[in-house]
Design a protein around this ligand. Structure first.
Ligand code: BTN
Length: 264
């Protein structure tokens, strides 16, 4: 199937208020998140989608890079103005993960799950990462805009990933659906969540996709490696963990690994 990115095709699937002007399609860019941040600095905008066919410096969380080869992935970032939506900003990353899972499950027939906070897994491989960043305007110094970047490995062969992530990264290899359709549908689902849904309903759905609930996980707390069971994701989207010493802790951010050996 031909899978060339096109504005026209993406817009065919978007019910939301995206159009020719607030959808930027680039053949190559350093990072779609970076592009959005520069755009906000030069002309404050709201609700804009940037999609690229490849990124030369794709960014991940915690200073990592995101491998973004040409033509075999989705690299998209949305600019949102926090005055224009009801969902508290700390829920945006959860909303984006939920939107990706919905689309992969409902339109791509992929059994996608979320490893808290926001890594999407399918067949025990990480297939998608999400990076949300607040952006302040120099005049106000207030974080008025949020950039939500989503990267999905669509059809990158395993051997093409950098060696150090080959055991963890994977692609979704969907059939009968183009990247244009997946992008358009994610934009729709994401918008529908952040404009209409309550945090309670969102968290319930997010929990239903969780890869970690009820499982043994490992994490680092105050520089110390700990093992415990992920018992809940609370109303604020925080992960509740019962450690092996029976202490219960609540994680607001950071990263956990499945199992006791940090293998994911
Ligand atoms: C992670 O896995 O840690 C997050 C990865 C986020 C990658 C996406 S790709 C589109 C957007 N642009 C970037 O540079 N990063 C995000």
């Amino acid at each position: 199937m031909v899978d060339t990115l096109s504005k026209e095709s993406i817009l065919k699937y978007t019910k939301c208020n995206l159009n020719e002007n607030n959808l930027h399609l680039l053949s190559t860019v350093d990072s779609t998140n970076q592009y959005c941040k520069k755009l906000i600095a030069s002309c404050p905008c709201h609700e804009l989608l940037v999609v690229a066919d490849t990124q030369t410096q794709g960014k991940g969380r915690m200073g990592r890079s995101f491998f973004s080869p040409v033509g075999t992935g989705i690299y998209m970032s949305l600019i949102l103005n926090r005055k224009r939506f009801s969902l508290p900003t700390e829920f945006l990353t959860i909303a984006a993960g939920t939107a990706v899972c919905r689309v992969l499950r409902n339109y791509c027939n992929i059994d996608a799950s979320i490893k808290w906070v926001n890594d999407i897994f399918a067949n025990n491989r990480k297939v998608c990462g999400i990076l949300a960043e607040s952006v302040s305007l120099p005049e106000t110094n207030l974080p008025e805009h949020i950039v939500v970047g989503i990267g999905i490995n669509i059809s990158t062969p395993n051997a093409a990933f950098p060696e150090e992530i080959q055991d963890v990264a994977g692609s979704v290899f969907p059939t009968d659906i183009t990247r244009n359709e997946i992008i358009g549908r994610i934009a729709n689902e994401f918008r529908s969540i952040y404009t209409k849904e309550s945090t309670r309903v969102l968290i319930e759905e997010y929990k239903s996709y969780s890869l970690v609930l009820g499982k043994e996980i490992s994490l680092t707390q105050n520089g110390k490696a700990c093992i415990g069971i992920a018992t809940d994701i609370n109303d604020n989207g925080n992960l509740v963990v019962r450690l092996n010493n029976n202490e219960t802790i609540t994680l607001h951010s950071g990263e956990v690994s499945l199992g006791s050996t940090n293998f994911i």
